[in-house]
Ligand binder design. Sequence first.
Ligand SMILES: *Cc1c(COP(=O)(O)O)cnc(C)c1O
Length: 366
Amino acid sequence: MTDRPDAARLLHLRGETLAKGDPVALPLTLASMYHLPGDPGGVAAYGRSDNPTWEALEAALGHLEDAPALVFPSGMAAIAAALFATLGAGDRLLMPSDGYYTPRVLAENFLSGLGIVVETRPTARFTEGGFDGYRAVLIESPSNPGLDLCDLAAVTGAVRAAAGVSIVDNTTMTPFGQRPLELGADIVVASDTKAPGGHSDILMGHVASRDGQVMARVADWRKLTGAIPGPFEAWMLHRSLATLELRFARMCDNAQIIAERLRGHPALTALRFPGLPDDPGHNLARSQMTRMGFLIGLTLADEASAERFIAECRLITPATSFGGVHSSAERRARWGDAVAPGFVRLSVGCEPVQDLWRAIDAALRG
Ligand SMILES: *Cc1c(COP(=O)(O)O)cnc(C)c1O
């Protein structure tokens, strides 16, 4: 079990820096230019490289990760930064065959063309075949959408022993559910569009690492490509982080209760949730996750029953993405994910759980 982030101090981080008369809430700084006469060193110079609202957000994320963090305008911008900062022509990249699909498309459509060899492997068997010869290894546990796990300490240790760089996408867990850097990861990437944002109104992402050289490359990548977040989105995410621990705890508690009640439900042909004792990932989850997450994978008989369930449940928003205060769900095969046609990824929200269960049960019974 890894340590949890210090959620109490997170709420007082800004307070530690305030002078008498400063606003307690974080100001939103909209700036492309800064007052910059003469020698430009040592101060904010230009909006593509500097913004005080980003810096406050990075301090909060860095506190949660216990490592320096850099913010990006989306999870994909963060993942792209981590990949381009670590890979060069002739390198080999290993990634999950069953993880979030967009990084695979990015690798196939762009990295391959730059002379990087891209290979994939299923998360549940990620250690099979070893890690010799890979410059970078992208890892996702639990994987989105199938919710398979791999042993993060074993994988990151083996990658390091083979002189590679391990990059863990921690989107499905957030730092409150799992801390990959404590488990040996070199780099953490995440989509803060999901639970950290939590209100389905912004896209954001971040990269965190204790390796100063890696972070300097990632910062350079952001400045040189201009893949920078808007200050308003950064301000929104900073505000959302204040309630992340509260929302995430409620979502995970709800998911545990819902998953237990879904067990053996006549409408389901399969059920995945790492918090269930008979789930294939349960023992690993208990050893490396501090919470069991808020995503549940449920498989209904076929496409039609899955679509009917999503459409008819009055407390489920039919939408792609996850992690909102409201529950949401979608049938992942509609995007071509390698899952059963009746597989539904359910993102459990903050609704009072008895109401949520009644709505889910009623929709499953049809
Ligand atoms: C959504 C998601 C991403 C991409 O994040 P965006 O903010 O949509 O760019 C990356 N990894 C995982 C696991 C995701 O679920």
